[in-house]
Design a protein around this ligand. Sequence first.
Ligand SMILES: [Zn+2]
Length: 70
Amino acid sequence: MTDEPIPLKPRKARAACPICGRPPAPEMKPFCSSRCADVDLGRWLNESYRVPVTEETDEDGETAPAPLRE
Ligand SMILES: [Zn+2]
């Protein structure tokens, strides 16, 4: 049986800008530029804003369900 250790890191780890796919800049990793970093940040913010918040209606909510009649 082969008992070779499994490498933890893949050799071919081509990091690319997740926004445009260009090779990232050393200072802006993993992005290629500050612009792409801002784009990614903006996406994150949009996602967080889009998170559906289940707001329970207040106790004295005006939209109370009408009482059911028999
Ligand atoms: Zn980019």
